[in-house]
Design a protein around this ligand. Structure first.
Ligand code: GLA
Length: 715
């Protein structure tokens, strides 16, 4: 891996053993984009491309063809605004007289990268990355842009981060700022993206890219259930194991915007950044603004390989650590808010008997919180209902860890918090209040509000030993007005306020296991993963629906982050446990209702969890074998090369009348594999496949162990 600068032609080549990314500086100091794809050696030949000429300049009484300025045909690294580049701009910055932007190369440096504050999610562990920071200046005004590019040797990923600096004498206003612009010369591409809704997040949608600007975005102040920030561009004939594919994702949890523009001349421009809807971010003279980092991955071995790259990037460079989690029990789906000391003590006893390692008390433990109309925002412990300190002590005495639920960003109006600080909400006194889940949003764009809420939660919990926090957020932002922040800055500053809160939590509760939740999976994004290795994937725990939701989520995010619990939803316990096993496994039901035979069955899963889950699911490699959005079933495998054990999960989402034939198209290292007591040659699994003939009915599942073998010997 390296970054090479060819001085003579001012070419930058970022490469590792699999990928190359090439751009150069032309005579007008414009950054031209040349290549992103499979590793190449000869970068000079990229410059031989015949220049397409569309504009002239007038000199010495004649028109000359202008090949130096970029235009709507040329591929660039930064798209200008209101100049000749007619594709969606990378930056719009309003100054006193105009908003034109046209950034030109000034210099580059291998050291002075854009620096994020610790609370602002960004890539970590950069010892195996190389980087270069390009300094650019606007052609008309003293506005500077710094773009840090990175290439990694452990993953096939390019990252970019952008900082804008105002060195003019006046205030400027950032109206659009895309962290990653990529011009692609390809035609016949497909887009894969993951829209959804509450309780059905991240559906797989594949569509042909056509002329025009396709915009994927969120405008609700969270990355949202409706569209995940992650997307893929691939060859029309690419599949899981063949063909070229690119993915993009932003390390951010607020409003994002992905523009995928195809010009009538078949040029594609990708822009990835924060959503510019309502954005008007003021930079005073001398101020700067750093924007979220964006990552892009490339694979020439199909889409599954792209997912492996993204999973490894998250494990190696986003998560704080990739720990083995204790087996979790959460009270929500079983108990709701209807619990007391006695019922919780009973649950702790059964949890211990079941071999659970972490007991989580969800919503309902504070102030007047007995339903979702009351108490949110008043964080004192409701001691008449539950003695949290005693419960935590009892949990620890039984050898379990103890966890709690919080939702800091919202408030019910019957609370002391709301009565004393009505100005703390997002909305305005002039507007009628609009509630969702009976609650309003607190103005986290203001640091005083963040600190006030933090202190009240911290003071309430500081004497209780807390090992885990589930951080929830149950509504969108709307009625965007603030007593503290200009409207054009609210969304962005709100997101940073959330990060500041989370950062404080991590600082003040040591060794905290942190889980994120947003009405299920409304914030399944890289910004959240920076703080919380676990994300509650969806409020829908039905195993058939979960098969789809977890399948869609797996394209961008590793199984270890996909929280999946055995609940009281429809389906047998074995099918619920099979599907949950392919995520961060746990329980969420009233354990008192389990019959002896259910307990016996689930204890077997718990043993399997303790023996294999960390190696095979957390640290294993995921292989998607088919697509449930196309077929009547879903098959996935997660395999650990370290211990040579894997599991295959098959879930039926429709009745079928034929057998299932599992073809192993992925690269298999071992010559033999032991499955269900039978040894198979690798070639057999690849060519003829493994036949499964004993599940046929919708909702049936199977979890099959697979072990690699060097020699032909059965156990
Ligand atoms: C949301 C979450 C649930 C649960 C409830 C508590 O709906 O998604 O898991 O925590 O809030 O009110």
């Amino acid at each position: 891996m390296a970054i090479k600068f060819y001085k003579d032609k001012k070419i930058f080549h970022l490469y590792n053993k699999n990928i190359s990314y090439v751009f150069s500086v032309n005579e007008m100091n414009i950054l031209l984009h040349h290549y992103y794809g499979k590793r190449i050696k000869d970068v000079y030949s990229l410059l031989n491309k015949k220049e397409e000429i569309n504009f002239q300049f007038y000199k010495d009484n004649e028109f000359k063809n202008d090949v130096k300025y970029y235009d709507n045909l040329t591929e660039v690294e930064v798209g200008s605004y209101l100049r000749l580049d007619l594709k969606p701009a990378s930056f719009k910055i309003k100054c006193k007289y105009n908003s034109l932007t046209d950034f030109r190369y000034v210099s580059h440096s291998y050291k002075n990268h854009n620096e994020y504050e610790d609370y602002y999610p960004h890539l970590r562990n950069l010892s195996n990355a190389d980087e270069v920071t390009i300094k650019l200046k606007d052609a008309y005004r003293n506005i500077y842009l710094y773009i840090t590019y990175r290439i990694f040797n452990d993953v096939d990923v390019i990252s970019k981060s952008v900082r804008i600096e105002n060195k003019t004498r006046n205030d400027i206003y950032v109206n659009k700022a895309m962290s990653f612009t990529l011009d692609m010369p390809f035609t016949n591409q497909n887009l894969i993206h993951f829209p959804g809704t509450w309780a059905f997040e991240r559906r797989y949608i594949k569509e042909k890219l056509n002329y025009g600007n396709k915009v994927l975005y969120s405008l609700e102040g969270r990355s949202s259930h409706y569209e995940n920030p992650f997307f893929i561009i691939c060859n029309a004939d690419a599949d899981e194991y063949h063909g070229e594919a690119y993915s993009f994702n932003i390390i951010y949890s607020g409003n994002f915007k992905n523009e995928i523009y195809v010009s009538s001349l078949n040029k594609i421009r990708i822009n990835v950044g924060i959503n510019d809807e309502s954005l008007e971010y003021k930079l005073k003279r001398g101020d700067d603004l750093i924007l979220p980092e964006v990552i892009s991955s490339y694979s020439f071995k199909g889409i599954n390989n792209l997912s492996i790259n993204n999973h490894n990037l998250i494990k190696n460079h986003i998560l704080l650590e990739n720990k083995k989690f204790p087996l979790l029990y959460n009270s929500w789906e079983g108990m709701g808010m209807d619990f007391n000391d006695e019922s919780i003590k009973k649950l702790i006893n059964i949890s211990k008997e079941m071999g659970i390692g972490l007991f989580v008390l969800d919503d309902g433990w504070f102030s007047t919180r007995n339903d979702d109309k009351h108490g949110l925002g008043d964080w004192w412990i409701n001691k008449d209902k539950i003695d949290l300190k005693e419960i935590s002590e009892l949990t620890h005495k039984n050898g379990l860890k103890f966890g709690i639920w919080i939702e800091p960003e919202c408030v019910n109006i019957d609370t002391k918090l709301y009565k004393e600080h009505e100005d703390y909400i997002i909305s305005s006194k002039q507007l009628e209040k609009r509630f969702s889940r009976n609650q309003l949003v607190l103005d986290f764009s203001c640091l005083d509000v963040v600190n006030h809420v933090f202190d009240s939660i911290y003071n309430s919990l500081k004497d209780v030993k807390i090992d885990y926090i589930k951080y929830d957020m149950n509504r969108y932002l709307g009625d965007i007005c603030s007593s503290f922040t200009p409207q054009g800055e609210i969304f962005y500053k709100y997101t940073l306020g959330v990060y500041k809160f989370m950062y404080k939590l991590k600082q003040n509760f040591k060794d905290l296991i942190f889980e994120n939740c947003c009405s299920g999976g409304g914030r399944f994004d890289l910004g959240m993963l920076y703080f919380s290795p676990l994300i509650w994937t969806s409020d829908n725990t039905n195993p058939i629906d979960r098969t789809f939701i977890q399948y869609g989520t797996s394209f961008a995010y590793p199984l270890t982050s996909i929280s999946a619990h055995v609940s009281k939803a429809d389906g047998t316990y074995s099918s619920k446990a099979d599907v949950a096993f392919f995520g961060s496994f746990g329980y969420e039901l009233d354990l008192k209702t389990l019959k002896d035979e259910d307990k016996k069955l689930l204890k077997e899963y718990n043993e399997l969890y303790k023996k294999y889950h960390y190696e095979v699911i957390n640290n294993g490699t995921l292989y998607r074998i088919n697509n449930p959005f196309v077929d009547s079933y879903s098959i996935m495998m997660s395999y650990s090369k370290e211990i040579d054990v894997g599991f295959i999960l098959i879930s039926l989402i429709k009745d079928i009348d034929q057998n299932i034939n599992i073809k192993f198209e992925m690269e298999l290292d071992k010559p033999y594999y032991l499955i269900n007591g039978k040894l198979y040659k690798r070639e057999h699994l690849k060519n003829s496949g493994l036949i499964i003939d004993d599940i046929k009915k919708i909702g049936e599942t199977k979890l099959i162990k697979i072990e690699g073998r060097e020699k032909y010997e059965e156990d």
